[in-house]
Design a protein around this ligand. Sequence first.
Ligand code: RET
Length: 285
Amino acid sequence: MNELAAADLAFASLGRVPMEMGQTEVYQAIQADQLLNLSFWANIVLAGLSILLFVYMGRQVDDPRAQLIFVATLMVPLVSISSYTGLASGLTVSFLEMPPGHALAGEEVLTMWGRYLTWALSTPMILLALGLLAGSNVTKLTTAIVTDIGMCVTGLAAALTTSSYLLRWVWYLISCAFFAVVLYILLVEWADDAQVAGTSEIFDTLKILTVVLWLGYPLFWALGAEGFAVLDVAITSWAYSGMDIVAKYVFAFLLLRWVVNNERTVASMASGLGAAGSRGTPADD
Ligand code: RET
């Protein structure tokens, strides 16, 4: 009875609760919103299946560069399953009171901050795999990964800032600036490197998939409860979960299938990083 009453209370107030909620109440609120809960569990199941599939696909890969691409790519569903378990359990979800100026000012809004935190681990792995595929040198690879982590951490800051509405958007813009660097490396630097490396066909497909999908994340942040609050929490969560499915599992499957079928091409790119544009200097790793 008590549990039901707590769940009812949590449900009635999902997205706007005039009080502090503990982890159990947050968990009950998530349980009570089936659409939201399903957006987490769909990813837990898909991440689990992807891990099994990718381990199976990689069982005979023995070139070290191809193996590194596999390890980096396999990390993506591994981080994802942890991330979504954190969300589904309420561990990495909080109700935060929005500051004056926000469309839901004074109300407590369900914030899935665990997403931004775990993106700081999963997206660098996606970039590592893409950089290796393109034959990137260490400088570009490091720049892409570091700015990407900067993007995720400042995105987390945007979501967690409750003192000032303006500062939420300042953080958002800082995050976008980091994102612009990542996009530049993907669209210009690595696109050129991939041509030299002879991997441009698959790289271009993955580049377009990545750029188009990744642009969706800041868009849904702005439209969701954390930004202008045009979209409801569960819809925003499904938008992220849907983009995650394509940006992670479909992306990883296409990449790994290509690596398995073209292991020789990957192996002959170079003995290490810096294949493209290294002007005769030995690889620096
Ligand atoms: C935020 C909000 C602040 C501005 C920007 C963002 C970009 C996020 C991106 C996330 C990509 C996530 C992926 C996850 C897969 O595991 C943080 C939403 C620019 C691009 C691909």
